[in-house]
Design a protein around this ligand. Sequence first.
Ligand code: C2O
Ligand code: CU
Length: 595
Amino acid sequence: HQSPRHIWNVEYILWAPDCKQLGMIGIHGSFPGPTIYAYAGDRITVVVNNKLHTKGVVIHWHGIKQIGTPWADGTASISQCPINPRETFTYEFTADKPGTYLYHGHFGMQRAAGLYGLLIVHDRDDPFKKDPKYASDLNMLLSDWYHEAVYAQAAGLERKDKHFQWIGEPQTILINGRGQFRCSLGITRDRRACDRRKKDAFCQEGDKSERCELIRRSECGPFCEGSQCSPVVFAVEPGKMYRLRIASTTSLSALNVQVQGHKLTVVEADGNLVEPFDVESIDIYSGESYSVLLNTTAEKQESSYWISVGVIGRTPKTPPALAALKYTGSKGELPVKAPPAAPAWNDVERSKKLARDLKARVGTDPPPEKVDRRIDMLNTQDLVDGQIKWAINHVSLSLPATPYLGAYKSGIQDQAFNTTAEAPSTFVSSYDIEKPPKDQKQEAKRNVTVSDRVYRLTHGHVIDVVLQNADMMRDDVSESHPWHLHGHDFWVLGYGDGRYDHEMATKNKELDVVNPRLRNTVVLFPHGWTAIRFVADNPGVWAFHCHIEPHLHMGMGVIFAEGMEAEKLHELDVPREAMMCGKTAVAASPPLLAP
Ligand code: C2O
Ligand code: CU
């Protein structure tokens, strides 16, 4: 076991994740970034050298709680200043518990430019490895890929009125950074063999399903071998058990994963063990991770099967990503059968059922009963000076030039931000969640403000948050949003349809306060609500936001300034390098020498 110390060069690279070569962000000249392995309790050190000539960068360790090291959370403007080009920043933190995690860029939309990888924390006393059938882990990092550069995407999202440009659907879904898009581009291939495969193996003739229509429309494919985009092949032996670790860092897409001919047993969600349950396929939203157990059967040793990852929740315009599960002894690398069809993209009930079926492992500690504070968060989309913004209780997040944590540490929070007003803890009761903002009654009409205000959470308080979905600017349209909390796990108390009513929810036992599952990311379903609970026991400044990259860019997030009371701040170290920007630059600089 190697000591988990890493020195990384973050740089622009030319890469062909889906067979088309583009400029993107890589680590040490490749994509995706290297997988970090550690044991629970290990101290992980990552020295990041920013080689991006003209852009700042930070790296966030998604799912790691950063207990005592909030400055190492890797969020630009929140926990630290962006690392300047040609500068170095050293992250040092503890892998607080075993699980499947991610790391990714957290400055502007840089994550979507390819700056991500897996972070796997092993358990020295792993319950699954004790199973005599256990063979190994199989890692699957899922993402979606756009050919348009993220800076162009961001510019499009910021354009006013009718010039607004949505990022649209991704060109390709990637598994471990590999996918297939029109493999004619830059790749030598046998066109006829490609056509044959498309026709024979991939889609049966006359199959008019959405998936097959999509495949027919693509120029070639699905596969070209021996390239950066050739599909992942997982080699397995018959009669064994594998732990499939799946994590998603998509920019937009919600995904569904299935392994042809195999059932999956869900055992972990976001680093927390869950009561094992069997599924045909599993949904995964951006920011989530799961472990599923996969049993290979003895009689299938001659075969190879598809692992198919398709888009759900939005009209799929992107073909599913494919990897192969190859039994030892099977002849070809790739399966000959057509891959399984993804479940209907718009079957939200199926997704909700999956979310509800996920239960905490029996015997896990229940959450505290006494709640100190409840914050309701209305999710709306609205226009501000011609720009489309997402807002929480009519406040759209824009990050300050001075990072919050450094500002609190230096005691200059009153000067560093555009307001000292607390973010609103609720929204007006007459707001009709079934109508877009423009159709609200007069008293429910509120202008959206763009601001860097925060929620100040008292150390040790038990906080309930109720995320409330509503119609977007378009009538009757409401989307799913995977909300992710930094610095904590939270209990998912419940999900419901329509508007949250505290009395009803309590009376009808819609909230599970006895044995709720712990997670760090949770979905807010269309037209519904999601309730969570957490303990504010980790002093730091933490983002809580929708993990959809363009949504966050449009303001869909809030900031918790937690335990920023003087006595707690005292115990916190914030390295000088995390504060050398904005108003903290002066506070962090050593005094000038007298002439
Ligand atoms: Cu994985 Cu704030 O994000
Ligand atoms: Cu969202």
